[in-house]
Structures are given as structure tokens and as C-alpha cells.
Write a protein that binds this ligand. Structure first.
Ligand SMILES: [Ca+2]
Length: 281
């Protein structure tokens, strides 16, 4: 009789005092085989690759504003009306310029801008070279917004703020993550989802803000130097929505909850280039 399921259950049963030595050896061999197969499949699905060789899949030097790729948003956000006017968004001498103005517009006190890319990823490396504004009320961010197809709208879709900055909070630069589980609205578990560093010349010099996006972690880099890793700490989209495509966003808004002077407006957020890579095949 071949060693089938019923035989194994018989062998496992305490009543199996009649086990023949040959069957016992076969059972042990089968167990070893099962363990080895299981180990091999774990190895195959090891979600911890380190990629050294990145292949460029998208690059924009912002010699022009390519409206076939980027979509400016025309709508209010907080106290800022986002427009697609050249006063708020344009390219100049190879730089993307997002400009924040204090002006009465459509019932709002400030005008700013954001531009949104098509989906990228999931996974890869994304970075930009940028100079940040000086104005106290300026709120420039280089971030990724999850596409809505998989888990729905924010915060379900997930958000990764690679570089987030508030002029009045200089010289601190922040990296913030938002998920269904932890976001700025529910305030839950924020320490785990946020970090910051000081960058005294962020408004004087260009720096490269980047992230390496893996299937179990997000690694963050400033000028090519690693400063933080966010490791996936639970399964499920509520705590790890970063397994589906996301869109790149560059924004320049006025901080909604700032009540200091805004006399230093207008001001600009300048981006020299943005690049997206994937692991080379
Ligand atoms: Ca450029």
C-alpha cells in the first residue's frame, strides 16, 4: 500500500503500535522532504533583497513643464488655492518653480500649486534635487500618494512624505508616513511613522531627497546618505499600503495653522530634477 494520508494519520495515532520499521523510515524521510521543501520555498520568497544596481525608468530635468506627464491641481487645499497659472507653477532655466503668493483668489488668502505624476511602482527608487523656500508660512513637500484603485482614498491609499518642510520650523526637515492605521488625523502611533533631521542650508543649497522603496521597507536618503528605514511591522493594507502604485506630488502651499508673519511672500520651491529607478533585471 502506498504511503497515503490515511497511513500517515495512522502512524501519528498513539494507537499505531503496529508500525512496521520500513514504514517508519519512509515517514521520517517524507517529513525531512517536507521540511526541506518548505525551507526552499521560504528562501524563494525572501522579501529582503538589497538592490545595488538601479535602472533609470523616468527622468524629468524640468526644461519644460510636460503636461502630458504632470497634472497641476486646480482646487483649494486648506487656506491655499492651487492654480495652474504661470504665477504659481512653471519651469525656468531648467527648474520647476512652485510659487506661493499672498493674494485674494476665489475666496482664499493664498495661491500655490501642486503637480501630480502618473502611477509609478510599486517598488523602486525615487529622488529629486531641490531647494526649499525661506518664507515662514511656506509648506513645500515632495511626496507620494497611493493610487485609489486598490484600497480607496486617503488615508487608505497610503502617503509617503519623503521631504516635508515648514518654513517657520526651519531647519528641521521631516519624513512622514500616513496609513489607515496611522495618519495626521488620528494621531495614532505617529512616532513610529515619522522622523526629522536638521538641514541648515536647505533654503540656500540644492539637496537630493530620496527613497528606496522595497516590498518590506522604505529606506530614506539625503544626498545619497541613508538616515532612516521604516520597516513593515505588520501585514495587511491598513498598516502597509505600500504594495501598489503611487503618484509623485510636488506641492507648495501655505501652512494652514501658522499665525505668524507672511510678509516674506512670495517665495518659491525649486526642483532641478526628479528621477525614478527600478532594480535592474
Ligand atoms: Ca533641471
Amino acid at each position: 500500500m502506498p504511503l497515503g494520508t490515511s497511513s500517515i494519520s495512522q502512524l501519528l495515532s498513539p494507537k499505531s503500535s503496529y508500525i512496521k520499521p520500513k514504514l517508519l523510515i519512509m515517514y521520517k524521510l517524507l517529513t525531512i522532504l517536507l521540511v526541506l521543501t518548505s525551507l526552499a520555498s521560504c528562501k524563494k520568497e525572501d522579501p529582503d533583497p538589497h538592490i545595488d544596481n538601479w535602472c533609470l525608468v523616468m527622468e524629468d530635468e524640468f526644461d519644460t513643464l510636460d503636461l502630458n506627464y504632470w497634472t497641476p491641481t486646480v482646487a483649494p487645499n486648506g487656506n491655499t488655492y492651487r492654480t495652474d497659472r504661470s504665477e504659481n507653477v512653471r519651469t525656468e532655466n531648467g527648474y520647476l518653480i512652485l510659487e506661493l503668493h499672498k493674494e485674494s483668489y476665489e475666496g482664499y488668502e493664498y495661491t500655490g500649486a501642486d503637480i501630480v505624476s502618473p502611477n509609478i511602482g510599486p517598488y523602486g527608487r525615487v529622488e529629486c534635487r531641490a531647494r526649499l523656500p525661506k518664507a515662514n508660512i511656506a509648506w513645500p513637500v515632495f511626496w507620494l500618494l497611493g493610487s485609489y484603485e486598490e484600497y480607496g482614498e486617503w488615508p487608505n491609499c497610503g502617503e509617503i512624505d519623503i521631504m516635508e518642510y515648514w518654513g517657520h520650523n526651519a531647519p528641521n526637515v521631516y519624513t512622514n508616513l500616513h496609513t489607515k492605521h496611522s495618519n495626521f488625523k488620528n494621531g495614532r502611533d505617529r512616532d513610529r511613522h515619522s522622523t526629522s533631521y536638521e538641514l541648515a542650508d536647505a533654503s540656500d543649497e540644492f539637496h537630493v531627497y530620496g527613497m528606496h522603496w522595497y516590498n518590506n521597507r522604505l529606506e530614506f536618503y539625503l544626498d545619497g546618505s541613508h538616515y532612516w528605514t521604516f520597516n513593515q511591522f505588520a501585514t495587511g493594507w491598513k498598516k502597509w499600503p505600500y504594495d501598489h502604485p503611487m503618484k509623485i506630488v510636488f506641492q507648495m502651499y501655505a501652512t494652514p495653522d501658522y499665525d505668524g508673519s507672511d510678509a516674506d511672500l512670495p517665495d518659491i520651491f525649486e526642483v532641478d530634477w526628479v528621477r525614478v529607478y527600478e532594480g535592474c533585471p
